[in-house]
Design a protein around this ligand. Structure first.
Ligand SMILES: C[S@@+](CC[C@H](N)C(=O)[O-])C[C@H]1O[C@@H](n2cnc3c(N)ncnc32)[C@H](O)[C@@H]1O
Length: 277
């Protein structure tokens, strides 16, 4: 069985390098005991900023997200981190409002330039949001965050860590259907619930519909019967619990204490952690 990286690879302090809506740092800081201790391959089909991947740092992983620009960024760092860093330094030096909107309107050709643009916009846009218009163009305004380079940046270590990763940009079902007995699948989909079509999450041009939640639960049940270890996070809503209650264990969790001390929110169970082990 494989688990975390070799301690000699000094990758231990690496954390996510992107900001992402629905990031799961709260899960790794408050519920780390819920991850399995051993597994074969690590599989994450809704990668985003990869909080759980960076927490576990498994040797062998399949990391995927439907967002192609996002996955291109990981692959470019894996293969050519020096060039990405140099391009990001240039963005950082030139950063101002006018420059931000110029870069936002640009369409770079090389994978490296696309990746540096993606990281620059992610770090300087409003709230780290990723949103595109009908033609697929990033359209988030500039934010208050001024730094395109961070003290914690260590792209060389990221690149080393990614050596054991197979990056993909596929729909979740294709990735989950390939998981085998003993693999650990961590699943963090957009939180759409039944009868709440306002609750769409516009991460990509494609919206995650209630039918996708049903499709997801069906393929996770197939993976579970093949012997995969599964952990899923989702909204604490009856419609989600109905999908999983017969086959999985459901734990309700609250994050209210982290929301700026708003006492009326305490004890409100907003999310569920669903597992089959
Ligand atoms: C809640 S976010 C994941 C956040 C991540 N766990 C983190 O810590 O940053 C959900 C992700 O699902 C991706 N996504 C949406 N629909 C998808 C689909 N059908 N297949 C795969 N990924 C999808 C989005 O691009 C988004 O990055």
């Amino acid at each position: 069985m494989s688990f975390s990286v070799d301690l000699k690879t000094d990758n231990l302090n690496i954390t996510p390098f992107l900001r992402w809506a629905g990031g799961k740092r709260w899960l790794t800081s408050s519920h780390a005991n819920l991850f399995p201790e051993t597994f074969e391959k690590y599989i994450e089909p809704f990668l985003g900023s990869g909080s759980v991947y960076f927490h576990l740092k498994p040797k062998k992983a399949v990391l995927s997200d439907l967002n192609e620009e996002l996955i291109n960024t990981y692959v470019a760092i894996k293969e050519n981190w020096q060039q990405i860093y140099a391009l990001l330094e240039a963005h950082s030096r030139l950063h101002c409002s006018e420059y931000y909107y110029q870069v936002r309107a640009s369409t770079p050709v090389s994978d490296e330039a696309k990746a540096a643009r993606f990281i620059y916009l992610n770090r300087t846009c409003w709230n780290g949001l990723y949103r595109v218009n009908g033609s697929g163009k990033f359209n988030v305004p500039i934010g208050t965050q001024r730094k395109a380079l961070l003290d914690t940046d260590d792209f060389e270590s990221l690149s080393k860590l990614f050596k054991g990763v197979d990056f993909q940009s596929q729909d979740f079902e294709k990735i989950i259907d390939k998981a085998r007995s003993g693999d650990f699948i961590f699943v963090d989909p957009p939180y759409t619930v039944k009868h709440n079509y306002n609750g769409f999450i516009g991460y990509n041009e494609k919206i995650f519909h209630w039918n996708d939640q049903i499709r997801l639960s069906d393929c996770l049940k197939r993976a579970s019967s093949r012997g995969c270890l599964i952990m899923l996070t989702n909204a604490n809503h009856y419609s989600i619990k109905e999908l999983y209650e017969n086959d999985f264990e459901i734990k309700e969790v609250s994050r209210s204490s982290t929301i700026a001390g708003i006492s009326s929110n305490r004890g409100v169970y907003e999310e569920v952690i669903i597992r089959n082990y």
